[in-house]
Write a protein that binds this ligand. Structure first.
Ligand code: DLL
Length: 455
């Protein structure tokens, strides 16, 4: 552990620390003024000592809208000259969000990311190939500073230029790979094409987008590693809010600095341990942009149980999806990650897929674009050929694809009750991710189809 005292302290000890820090946060927010202070005052809070951890759930929320309303940096709780860095997210749907850091915030962030890397088995001897994007996005620089704090050697690759990445993987022989899960697959594909041996790799720390257990299995098949999940968001700090350890049994939330709750997104009330809910974070130790009860929109469950690794930190499940990413197709509610789970669970498709929400007509249609795994395609073709021979007619590749598409359609209906139009496309048709987060869902409003072959 990077910080055994903090990561393995008793729950009572941690609760006392959280309470003390929460009081400090409330005092700082009240002093700074602004929307969070106003809401606290309206809730009858005058100072930190008025709040308790047990009643945290009664305090007001903060939302992304608050950050947008005060864009670019209106919610600062310190004078602007104490800000040493700005990061943010571009926001695929909404407007960009900016966040600010003091020197102390950057130190905190580095130690949180060092905890994450160490959770994944990295040490001062490690070489970390960091293919998260460098820039406003928090992934690249966050992990970079964590690797430096750990004393490891960081290779600051950023995203893209895949050929060069493969070359560096071959030459520098890193033991840790950090990037989005979709890009890990792209790197594996490119390394295999180039005949490059990646056996130096031991673990991967993958996050910034939802990924299912089935995608984990696909990555672990493609690379000789344990694939671990890392979660975070710019508003809270960036990566390093929570990470899986080698037990692969939930993500340890660094709750001494990020107090987490799971709530029912409709009613705003807490959900029970183990139940999925929207994650809400309070950042008691952040300076520049501390947040009280920030609603993330991310759905996961929390577990307050022991872990074999010795950490006593609460664990969150993998994120199922964002509240606002849920698809509603003919009355069926489904997260993209659930479609991923079913598709990859069949073992018949490669882990590159895209969901196209066809909104050209009022009756919304979901087209699932995927590619056959080579072996499966061969089997399907053989099966179709046999059937065709029996029927004394020629088998066509279309027939083979039809068979697989039908099978996948049936699997989606059986597992999720989802009616989808599955298209098995020629290998390489589904776009691979080179830079940034995977775009799993696209909307087709009018005109040409977003991908060839799905009309
Ligand atoms: O994605 C921070 C990060 C960088 C996390 C690198 C992990 C690794 P944002 O760009 O602000 O920050 O996006 C935050 O991404 O609210 C989730 O919806 C999603 N997200 C982040 N990590 C995961 C994950 C970074 N492990 C938003 N699983 C969050 C699922 C994730 N979704």
């Amino acid at each position: 552990m990077f910080d055994p005292k903090a990561e393995a302290m008793s729950r009572d000890e941690r609760a006392a620390l959280q309470r003390h820090r929460l009081w400090g946060l409330v005092d700082r927010l009240m002093l700074a003024g602004g929307v969070q202070a106003d809401r606290l005052r309206e809730a009858g809070v005058k100072r930190g000592a008025d709040v308790t951890l047990a009643e945290l759930h009664k305090l007001p929320f903060t939302t992304k809208q608050d950050l947008w309303d005060s864009y670019p940096l209106g919610m600062l709780a310190v004078p602007q000259d104490q800000v040493v860095a700005v990061h943010g997210s571009t926001g695929t749907k909404g407007r960009p969000t900016l966040v600010a850091y003091t020197k102390a915030d950057l130190d905190l962030w580095a130690s949180m990311c060092a905890r994450s890397l160490s959770c994944a088995g990295a040490s001062a001897e490690s070489v970390v190939h960091n293919a998260y994007g460098y820039g406003l996005f928090t992934g690249g620089l966050g992990i970079h500073q964590g690797a430096v704090a750990l004393g490891a050697t960081v290779v600051p690759m950023s995203g893209g230029m895949t050929e060069r990445q493969v070359r560096m993987l071959a030459d520098l022989k890193p033991d840790v790979l950090t990037c989005t899960p979709a890009y890990a697959l792209r790197l594996a594909e490119a390394a295999a094409e180039a005949g490059v041996d990646l056996s130096s790799l031991k673990t991967g720390v993958f996050g910034a987008e939802p990924w299912s257990e089935e995608l984990r299995a696909a990555i672990q098949d493609a690379l000789p590693i344990k694939a671990l999940d890392i979660y975070g968001l710019s508003e809270v700090i960036g990566p390093g809010v929570a990470t899986e350890c080698l037990e692969q049994n939930g993500l340890h939330v660094n709750e001494d600095h990020f107090i987490v709750e799971a709530i029912d997104p409709e009613t705003g009330t807490p959900v029970a341990d183990g139940e999925p809910g929207e994650l809400v974070f309070t950042t008691p130790t952040k300076q520049a942009l501390p947040l009280l009860r920030y609603r993330t929109g991310d759905v996961a469950s929390l577990t307050h149980g022991d872990c074999n690794c010795g950490r006593t930190l609460v664990r969150m499940s993998k994120v199922r999806g964002r509240v606002d990413d849920m698809l509603v197709i003919r009355g069926v509610n489904v997260y993209p990650s659930e479609v991923e789970r079913v598709l990859l669970g069949t073992g018949q498709v490669v882990p590159h897929y895209q969901l196209i929400v066809d909104r050209r007509k009022p009756d919304v249609r979901l087209v699932v674009a995927c590619e056959a795994a080579t072996e499966a395609a061969t089997e399907a073709a053989t099966e179709a050929a046999t059937e065709a021979a029996e029927a004394a007619s020629g088998a066509s590749p279309e027939a083979a694809e039809g068979t697989l598409a039908e099978e996948l359609t049936r699997a989606l209906r059986a597992d999720l009750g989802l009616t989808a139009d599955v298209r098995v496309l020629p290998s390489g048709t589904v776009p691979r991710v080179e830079v940034g987060k995977a775009v799993r869902v696209v909307t087709w409003e009018s005109g040409e189809p977003p991908l060839p072959g799905i009309g």
